[in-house]
Design a protein around this ligand. Structure first.
Ligand SMILES: [Zn+2]
Length: 149
């Protein structure tokens, strides 16, 4: 799936949410029943999705967002950059990314990346930086240089 344009409009966000919703149908969530999907719009227009993968140990559960990042790097290489992120679930619940996923997404998110997720009774569309304004990095300079690629 290719999505053209860079403006985070409702229509583009809806398309990305739809891709995330489709991915959520593949969730492996036998313990919680919470089926999550994430869709990443890469800078080149490609959409990469992921879903949550639970584990009997619980702690090894992989969130949909990190699953999508692993797939994006595997398929598009370490220089790939994320332009937009959508996260949703099939449980009619809020879907803001957890803290761990915010940090992992920040590693590859472009400085102007945006994110969409259901929260309450609406779709939140925000600059990704609003969710993690001070991501961990080995140094400010290294982080800035990496995110500008
Ligand atoms: Zn997470």
């Amino acid at each position: 799936m290719k999505i053209e344009g860079t403006f985070p409009g409702q229509e583009q966000a809806a398309l990305l949410i739809e891709a995330a919703s489709t991915a959520a149908q593949q969730a492996y969530a036998p313990y919680s029943g919470f089926r999550v999907g994430a869709a990443l719009l890469l800078k080149d227009g490609t959409v990469v999705t992921g879903t949550n993968i639970e584990n009997a140990s619980y702690g090894l559960t992989l969130c949909a967002e990190r699953s999508a990042v692993a797939r994006a790097v595997s398929e598009h290489g370490p220089a790939m950059r994320i332009h937009a992120i959508a996260v949703t679930n099939l449980n009619s619940a809020a879907s803001a990314p957890c803290g761990a996923c915010r940090q992992v997404l920040a590693e590859f998110a472009a400085p102007d990346a945006w994110i969409a997720f259901p929260f309450g009774d609406k779709l939140e569309i925000r600059p990704f930086a609003d969710l993690l304004p001070f991501p961990f990095g080995l140094s400010d300079e290294a982080t800035r240089k990496e995110t500008r690629r």
